[in-house]
Write a protein of this length. Structure first.
Length: 415
């Protein structure tokens, strides 16, 4: 029975009803010695509490898409088949252009949001470079199958969840296709292919999107194996100009780190409530030593870059939750590196999906301006004018959120 399936949810609902009815019927009818009666009543109470807790957890999990299956929840799911030392390049000396094309079989995705707006395609990919074997989800924009676009190659955004997090979260809880498809049809947002690879690769561990010899090659999985599969199977633009990466929470850290580390693979990144130092997450494998921390810290990577990378970063955050990390990157960025910081007020909510979901459209508008066609419409519906793109003079941009907008004056006063 699937952890996220409706059958399991309805079973728990039924068990909760039974747990309420049992004491009402049998509490005073239990027979036998006092010890037996007491034990039976305790079991009824425990059964009621257990089913209630299980139902609440399942509803929260389904809403936030934290654990995709029983293996993820119980810590028994291992998707790393080998983790060779791939060196600083992450390729292990493999000439990627000489590798044969990756031909995959795709199936319709299942679960919340996976069948909306044309549906999500799912495949099981065996990473030739990384040694990771896991699912990859692909959503195609409305124009993809239109005759007028039959020779068109589309830009791609890899989207990453937090930790723990499901590869389906951007399609389900974040409702990215439902939010973006109408704007793509009207030409207000570039028609992006949206790709979400699995990022929970080891039981109970956040890989930090890092390459760690003998443990995992998560960086190469996301930045090499997945892009090659996508470009081999779909009309996708080539890297780096046609590729971006976006994430929230731990996925935001990954997005910024991948873009800064690999300007030859990504042109832009979106980071929502991210952080720079991997040690911020206790379960992160990338935070286990000073060397790993520095190698996977976008601030250190940008500061030590011999040449400023030609990348653009969209970074949103609240006080003590992403904003300071974003401003730190902005302060050290030098052209052609671009860092646009969005200050999100505390009143917008906390570190939850409810905070990040309303940021999907503003983030993709920004990606469209950075990566999209120059003829694309630039005016947001109902905005009364063009969407502001350049950073404001104080280094912060308005956050276009359903719950309100940020104050540039407040942003300027913060470190």
């Amino acid at each position: 029975m699937s952890l996220t399936g409706t059958t399991f949810l309805y079973t728990l609902v039924a068990l909760c009803v039974v747990a309420v009815v049992l004491p009402l019927i049998f509490w005073s009818r239990v027979r036998g010695p006092q010890v037996v009666r007491a034990a039976a009543r305790v079991l009824m109470v425990l059964f009621a509490q257990g089913t209630a807790v299980a139902l609440v957890f399942t509803m929260v999990n389904n809403s936030n898409q934290l654990y995709d299956n029983w293996g993820d929840l119980l810590g028994t799911s291992d998707h790393v088949h080998e983790a060779a030392d791939l060196g600083a390049s992450g390729t292990g000396g493999i000439a990627l252009e000489k590798l044969p094309k990756v031909r995959q079989t795709f199936k319709p995705g299942k679960g919340p949001g996976m069948r909306a707006e044309g549906g999500v395609l799912v495949t099981q990919l065996k990473g030739r470079v990384s040694g990771v074997h896991a699912e990859v989800n692909v959503w195609l924009p409305p124009q993809y199958h239109e005759p007028a676009y039959r020779n068109h190659r589309f830009p791609v955004v890899e989207v990453l969840p937090g930790y723990p997090g499901s590869s389906k979260a951007w399609y389900g809880t974040m409702d990215a296709p439902q939010q973006l498809a109408p704007l793509m049809r009207s030409g207000q947002i570039e028609p992006f292919i949206i790709v979400s690879p699995r990022t929970t690769l080891l039981p109970g561990k956040d890989t930090g999107c890092a390459n760690i010899a003998g443990k995992v090659n998560a960086d190469s999985w996301i930045s090499l194996d997945v892009p090659k599969m996508v470009t081999d199977n779909f009309r996708a633009q080539a890297a780096p100009d046609g590729w971006a990466v976006a994430g929230y929470s731990a996925g935001a850290h990954c997005a910024a780190k991948l873009a800064v580390a690999h300007p030859d693979r990504y042109r832009a990144a979106v980071s929502m409530s991210g952080y720079n130092d991997p040690v911020a997450v206790p379960q992160s494998l990338a935070g286990k030593s000073p060397a790993l921390r520095n190698a996977n810290n976008p601030y250190v990577l940008l500061q030590n870059a011999p040449v400023p990378p030609r990348i653009a970063l969209y970074m949103s955050g609240q006080p003590n939750d992403g904003y300071e990390a974003a401003m730190a990157l902005k302060r050290i960025a030098k052209a052609p590196t671009r860092v646009d910081v969005v200050f999100v007020p505390s009143s917008a909510g906390g570190h939850t999906m409810a905070l990040w979901k309303p940021q999907v459209v503003p983030a993709f508008r920004w990606l469209s301006e950075v990566m999209g066609s120059p003829h694309r419409a630039r005016t947001a519906p109902g905005s009364g004018g063009t969407t502001p793109l350049a950073p404001s003079t104080d280094g912060s941009r308005h956050a276009e959120l359903a719950s309100g907008t940020s104050s540039p004056a407040d942003a300027a006063r913060r470190p």
